[in-house]
Design a protein. Structure first.
Length: 551
């Protein structure tokens, strides 16, 4: 066993003494040692219930003949930090999560690792760690929050963000806003729509690193404890088979996961995270692959933020497994890709049980749209590319005057004060991976635009990110970013910017000579942080077009 180096032999007596101090016995230490990496945190609902699930995972491991050792790492709640300086910590936490799991598992030479995730960055962070370690490993997603109820309709935290804009524009009273705030998040679990957490949980099943039909079980569903117990047993079976994480995380598996994102109208953040996972797994992946796959994959799931339903509705309809079945039937899925259960994803997809009369996952002959929900635009404003989510809206072309802001706060104030007008193109820059640092999500701004009823007449672009709850004609991850001297740094108020989705173009309507002239006068801004983790990240992070990984 890999763990023998820690626990076996006369010279390891001091180590065994330390382990016995916390309750492990000689019998425990004869068994495989299984790391249980938990992202539990008391700040926010997404990961709040993971202690309970970890206990069940450990029971499953023990029942199958292993000795679990649980440890914790960090988590940042995007919904709580959104719109503040604290949001800069979110993407950075992905690297810290991966680093910390790798360090603990490597130091203790665990024989296998199971990682529990919830809020957005914990999912890719845990999978990145598994790829680095390349031991038998899998990821368990804590599950979606239940929908709230407000004025007779289901609501999520997305509705609260948009209500802030509606209140500022005079479309909602303070009393209504407070009532919505109190009702939107009724208990534990990650944000309920096909936002980043549920998008990446879906991707996890299609990657094969999470057992099929486990992620879509909601956080508070009674079956979730049984899922957790089963995860522990499945991991022990994976260890016995000798299957390792990188055996699962192949090019075909990553293409399957991209397919799942575009077929469900998932978050633009999946582009960043899947590029990063591919990097850790040693799989070559270019940002253009997302557009290629999206262009041949139908949008099948009618999920929020662009559609009608939430993740719990998907679970009731037949789950992520049903989406896999559709893509398998369409001949699009790499059906021979192996999963942590030892079965192929095609075999797992065939087990899906569709609920009669469900409307969440469309049939192949009646998709929501003929092509997927993400496109990659390039052009003189984004030579390395940017990401646009087209699920949930029909704007394919927009040309208008630029309104330029050098940070999110200034733009949010402009939306709230009515400075943004129909036809404008909002530009938020110096919010990229290096410039932010940390590439903040812009849900506060984009939701305020929706709340002000400008989403059908205003476009937005940024070198920062969007929440999975964002919808409208919004281009994120514009690369190179402004802080690296990307063309977005050259934009001036009043310049005409054109989005052309059909041609996959994002352009600033000035000459090449004018662009060069402006950039000759450009100076890199002083870094916002001189020391600490933010400064370290800014020095190390790569372009968003490469997954914003630290190199």
């Amino acid at each position: 066993m890999r763990s023998d180096i820690i626990k076996t032999g006369y010279d390891r007596a001091p180590a065994r003494a330390m382990l016995k101090a916390v309750g492990f016995t000689d019998e425990d230490l004869k068994k495989p040692i299984i790391g249980v990496a938990n992202t539990w945190i008391e700040v926010g609902p997404c990961n709040f219930h993971l202690r309970r699930l970890a206990a069940r995972v450990k029971e499953g491991i023990r029942a199958a003949g292993g000795t679990p050792m649980e440890f914790n790492t960090v988590s940042i709640s995007d919904g709580i930090t959104m719109g503040t300086e604290g949001m800069k910590a979110s993407l950075i936490s992905r690297e810290v999560i991966a680093d910390s799991i790798e360090l603990v598992a490597q130091a203790n030479q665990f024989d296998a690792v199971v990682a529990l995730s919830g809020c957005d960055k914990t999912i890719p962070g845990t999978i990145m760690a598994l790829a680095r370690l390349d031991v038998p490993g899998m990821m368990l997603y804590g599950g979606s929050i239940a929908a709230g109820s407000f004025e007779g309709r289901d609501v999520t935290v997305q509705d609260v963000f948009e209500a802030v804009g509606a209140h500022a524009a005079g479309h909602m009273s303070a009393e209504q806003l407070k009532a919505l705030e109190d009702a939107a998040c009724p208990g534990p679990g990650a944000c309920g729509g096909q936002f980043t957490a549920n998008t990446m949980a879906t991707a996890g099943e299609f990657l094969g690193i999470s057992p099929m039909s486990t992620a879509s079980v909601p956080a508070t569903d009674g079956d979730k404890d049984d899922v957790a117990f089963g995860i522990g047993q499945t991991l022990m079976d994976m260890l016995e088979r000798g299957t390792k994480a990188r055996d699962i995380l192949t090019r075909e598996a990553i293409e399957n996961s991209i397919m799942s994102v575009v077929a469900t109208g998932g978050s633009t953040n999946a582009v960043l995270h899947l590029l990063a996972i591919a990097n850790e797994a040693g799989v070559e992946l270019d940002i253009d692959v997302f557009d290629q796959i999206s262009n041949k994959t139908p949008l099948l799931a009618d999920l929020k933020p662009g559609g009608r339903f939430v993740a719990i509705d998907l679970h009731k309809a037949g789950g992520i497994q049903l989406v896999a079945q559709r893509l398998h039937e369409a001949g699009l899925l790499h059906s021979d890709a192996i999963t942590v259960t030892g079965k192929t994803i095609g075999e797992e997809a065939q087990k899906a049980e569709e609920t009669e009369g469900q409307e969440v996952v469309r049939s192949l002959d009646n998709p929501v749209k003929e092509t997927g929900g993400l496109v990659i635009l390039k052009g003189n404003l984004a030579p390395e590319g940017c990401v646009v989510k087209i699920a949930g809206h029909d704007m394919r072309h927009h040309s208008g005057p630029a309104r330029v802001y050098d940070c999110e706060e200034d733009c949010f104030e402009a939306v709230q004060s009515g400075e943004i007008k129909p036809g404008d193109v909002v530009v938020i820059r110096y919010e990229g991976p290096m410039g932010g640092p940390g590439m903040r999500e812009m849900l506060g701004v984009t939701a305020a635009i929706v709340g002000a009823k400008l989403d059908d007449s205003v476009a937005l672009l940024t070198d920062g990110r969007f929440s999975g709850a964002t919808h409208g004609l919004m281009a994120g991850h514009v690369a190179p970013e402004a802080a690296r001297g990307g063309p977005i740094a050259a934009v001036q108020n009043g310049d005409t910017i054109t989005f052309d989705v059909e041609k996959r173009q994002l352009n600033l309507e000035i000459t090449e000579e004018e662009m060069k002239s402006r950039m000759q006068d450009w100076q890199a801004p002083t870094p916002r942080y001189a020391r600490g983790v933010m400064a370290k990240y800014a020095r190390l992070v790569s372009s968003a077009a490469e997954g914003a990984v630290c190199v």
